[in-house]
Design a binder for this molecule. Structure first.
Ligand code: 5RP
Length: 214
């Protein structure tokens, strides 16, 4: 099975968590694109979606799905999103698509986080995929120096501006054996908007293709 077919299967499997009348939190990325396409087939059943990026908003609206403001929607029953890496405890690296901050907000506001991935994303220890960190532009080099002190090699994702008007540092050479502690530590660096480690609020369910991770 191709990687894209596995992503499509996972996205379609996530539809079993969608119930009539729900406002559904929607992530960002190529796996979520399949989820949005599947959601569109049941758009008359749901009350709408809360989106984690401008990209997803456009795709949702293009399918005729109403996109609601999180401030109006309140807490959500369900959030469906992909990931760049997933460890055995359902901790994730996210942000390959630079949408990590809004993804983190919607995940935090959701009762159940269903993560949809293909098998290549499943790792024993997080960190082979460079960890994305969204930073306030003026803090870029300060944050980068702090990351070097912690053993990382930050690389500025030059030319990328997030939906929030900020920049991304991709941190290479981290071995993230203790994701909760590292997330907490990195969150404290002045100028960091958010860290692409989803450990404190990790996934509740991980679907690898159509199989649920034990
Ligand atoms: C975007 C993300 C995505 O969920 C992550 O990059 C996975 O993307 P894809 O489904 O295209 O492999 O975190 O910020």
């Amino acid at each position: 099975m191709s990687q894209d077919e596995e992503k499509r299967k996972a996205a379609r499997a996530a539809m079993r968590y969608v119930e009539p009348g729900m406002v559904v939190g929607v992530g960002t990325g190529s796996t979520v694109a399949h989820f949005i396409d599947a959601l569109a087939e049941r758009r008359h059943e749901i009350a709408g979606a809360v989106s984690s990026s401008e990209w997803s908003t456009n795709r949702l609206k293009g399918h005729g799905i109403e996109v609601l403001d999180l401030n109006v929607a309140g807490d959500l029953p369900l959030y469906v999103d992909g990931a760049d890496e997933c460890d055995g405890n359902r901790c994730l690296i996210k942000g390959g698509g630079a949408a990590l901050t809004r993804e983190k907000i919607v995940a935090a506001a959701s009762k159940k986080f269903v993560c949809v991935i293909d098998a290549s994303k499943r790792v024993d220890v997080l960190g082979t995929f460079p960890l994305p960190i969204e930073v306030i532009p003026m803090a870029r080099s300060y944050v980068a120096r702090e990351l070097v002190k912690r053993g990382g090699t930050p690389v500025w994702r030059d030319g990328v501006v997030t939906d929030n008007g900020n920049w991304i540092l991709d941190v290479h050479r981290l071995r993230i054996a203790q994701p909760v502690e590292m997330e907490r530590d990195l969150n404290q660096i002045a100028g960091v908007v958010s860290v692409g480690l989803f450990a404190a609020r990790r996934a509740d369910v991980v679907l690898i293709g159509d199989r649920e991770m034990a």
